[in-house]
Design a protein around this ligand. Structure first.
Ligand SMILES: N[C@@H](CCC[C@H](N)C(=O)O)C(=O)O
Length: 282
């Protein structure tokens, strides 16, 4: 693996190790990802953001010059999209002069995502439509609490459960869901309570990472699911809305803003906390 420059950052304490590999010369293996994300033997992180030009990603057929966010969960698995990670990714690229802001398009496995660095330092991401699924899903936590969940596709899969007290749930191990076939590639499980008008509280157990302090795509899924079930407009077809609906979603690591409309927008902080060099074990 050699020595690699890295940076560490977080968005509402969902934390990531950033690796720049402009020419696609250093693809990371699942084993390397697990080592880097290990909080005792490595740098530690919920995932890895590898910055690579689009031309080096076989499944990307858009602009070959675009910065592509090659996202990996801490267990080495690949995910289509990461809402907190993309803000950290953009913050880093702009800070390092690797791209010019304030408008930064990013390639992801969920498609092109347009982002904007705001004057207050937060980053706003056009997340694509949040698609509320019609299938019934039942989610159970390790402490045997079961919920009727709402499936939401934000480019990656989510199952959103509403409960009175997300803080009281045992999320030390992965929740299960039925029927298994609804999410054949796994799911991110959100547990959500209302905190006030257009304000939600959320905890999350992420596919491939475990419980995290925040999940950006999860907050969009939570707002879309809540709005579909409790919002003023009866239809879950958010694409039919012309005026955006805004939610604040509080997570253990902070707060983000979600706008729902023809497409969803996610706005939140992104912080780079360290830069250094990785020395992998021999
Ligand atoms: N933390 C992310 C989501 C990362 C990917 C997720 N664990 C998955 O496997 O889909 C976010 O902020 O959206």
């Amino acid at each position: 693996m050699g020595r690699w420059a890295f940076a560490k950052g977080h968005g509402t304490e969902n934390d990531f190790v950033i690796l720049v590999d402009r020419d696609g010369a250093n693809p990371v293996t699942a084993e390397q990802v697990r080592w880097i994300c290990n909080r005792r033997a490595g740098i530690g992180g919920d995932g890895i953001l590898r910055a690579v030009r689009g031309r080096h990603i076989p499944e990307w057929d858009g602009d070959p010059e675009i910065w592509f966010m090659d996202y990996r969960n801490a267990d080495g698995s690949i995910a289509e999209m990461c809402g907190n990670g993309i803000r950290v990714f953009v913050r880093y690229l702009v800070d390092e002069g690797l791209t010019e802001g304030p408008l930064v398009p990013v390639g992801t496995r969920a498609g092109l995502r347009e982002t904007e660095v705001l004057s207050d330092g937060r980053i706003r991401v056009a997340m694509g439509p949040a698609r509320v699924l019609s299938e019934q899903v039942r989610v159970s936590t390790a402490d045997q609490q079961a919920f009727d969940a709402v499936g939401v596709d934000v480019g990656n899969p989510h199952a959103v459960s509403f409960c009175a007290d997300p803080d009281g749930l045992d999320l030390r191990s992965a929740p299960t869901w039925e029927p298994a076939a609804v999410f054949p590639h796994g799911v991110n499980a959100e547990f959500v309570a209302e905190r006030g008008p257009h304000r939600l509280a959320m905890r999350v157990f992420e596919r491939g990472s475990g419980e995290t302090r925040s999940c950006g795509t999860g907050t969009v899924a939570a707002a879309a699911a809540w709005h579909a079930r409790h919002g003023v407009v009866a239809t879950p077809d958010l694409a039919a809305h012309t005026t955006p609906v805004r939610y604040q979603v509080d997570v253990p690591g902070g707060s983000v803003e979600v706008e729902l409309g023809e497409q969803a927008y996610l706005t939140g902080p992104a912080v780079i906390v360290a830069r250094g060099e990785l020395s992998p074990p021999t």
